[in-house]
Design a protein around this ligand. Structure first.
Ligand code: SF4
Length: 338
């Protein structure tokens, strides 16, 4: 089955009333596009992507505060993207925006132009963290925003960040729990990177902010993804808001940047699930075969077979192999002791 394809169109910093401490969209994606660039941008992207039915293709206005952009400019962007729906190239539209900028007239416009999904940049549900990162809105704005969007029938996404200044492990998981209680349709979780040209870069240079190390980020994200998925909330493909930033590595000053972050997180989740299984079931056998779906065998193995090495050492096993067993979901395993 084909997966959904989200085609990003960057409106870098458009509509943003201020600059958040960690944000430099121009480093991530370059300057904002204009309405007249939309069709070319989307067609170029589609030409490079695996073909999909149009119902699975969404054009997404990312990188700014879409519903806070000047109304006529919003309309121009939406008109350009909507014409691609009419041409049968795209199934729906999506925007990301701030939780405190959802005026009725913008929501009416989004409905009129077939915007299906609105992603809210919540980043944290902790007001102290929001103030420290200069977000300019509160957790209550996110609670209210999610409820308004649901009432209007939008598919709602919530974006969170791990490793923000002032955040701790426990306050991050409180944000996760509170987001679960809002029951969005999807969540997207980003690690905090220190990008050049941001207030966070200044704080990093003066020594008042240290980013999370990669291994800690992977552990935090693995637990958060499990919490969301256990609550039946879809987690958008994990990764970094990098798009172009790996082609501009000079912008990444510090932080847990890794091109396969999603894989590392899924491999960590596989390890935790297998440790839990083996803790419950420990016969005297020294050899184990793990059945997993063929698509997810590399997650079971972990990077460089590290998961298998960890399991062998922890459970005194001489041999572990991973075998393909169809009909299993991701993070579902069968154990065969030998
Ligand atoms: S995080 Fe969002 S609201 Fe803040 S400056 Fe960046 S694009 Fe604008």
């Amino acid at each position: 089955m084909s997966s959904r394809l989200v085609v990003p169109v960057f409106v870098s910093h458009r509509g943003c009333p201020q600059r958040c401490l960690f944000c430099n969209q121009r480093a991530i994606a370059g300057p904002s596009l204009e309405p007249g660039d939309v069709a070319r941008e989307v067609l170029t992207f589609l030409a490079r992507a695996k073909p999909r039915p149009k119902e699975l293709v969404e054009v997404a206005f990312y990188g700014g505060s879409f519903t806070a952009i000047d109304h006529e400019l919003q309309r121009s962007f939406l008109e350009e993207a909507h014409s691609l729906i009419e041409e049968g190239l795209v199934g729906a539209l999506r925007v990301s925006t701030r939780p405190d900028s959802l005026p009725d007239e913008s929501l009416d416009l989004l409905k009129r132009y077939r915007v299906r999904t609105v992603e809210l940049g919540a980043q944290s549900m902790n007001d102290r963290v929001l103030a420290e990162t200069q977000r300019g809105h509160s957790a209550q704005d996110t609670r209210h925003g999610v409820s308004v969007l649901k009432e209007r029938g939008f598919f709602v996404g919530v974006q969170l960040m791990a490793g923000l200044p002032g955040d701790t492990r426990s306050s991050f998981f409180r944000s996760v729990n509170e987001t679960i209680s809002l029951a969005p349709d999807l969540v997207r979780i980003y690690p905090t990177l220190v990008l050049e040209g941001t207030g966070l870069a200044e704080r990093y240079r003066e020594g008042s902010y240290l980013p999370l190390p990669l291994d800690e980020t992977v552990v935090l994200l693995a637990r958060a993804v499990k919490m969301f998925e256990d609550a039946n909330i879809r987690v958008a493909r994990l990764g970094l808001p990098l798009f172009g930033v790996f082609s501009r590595p000079e912008y990444i000053l510090a932080g847990p940047a890794h091109p396969s972050l999603g894989y590392l997180v899924r491999a960590r989740m596989a390890l935790s699930a297998l440790v839990a299984f083996l803790d419950e079931e420990r016969p005297a056998a020294v050899s184990l075969a793990i059945g997993a779906s063929s698509r997810h065998i590399s997650e079971v193995r972990g990077p460089g077979n590290s998961n298998l090495d960890t399991l062998k050492a922890k459970f005194s096993l001489e041999r572990i192999e991973v075998i393909a067993r169809e009909g299993l979901e991701r993070h579902e395993y069968e154990l065969f002791w030998r």
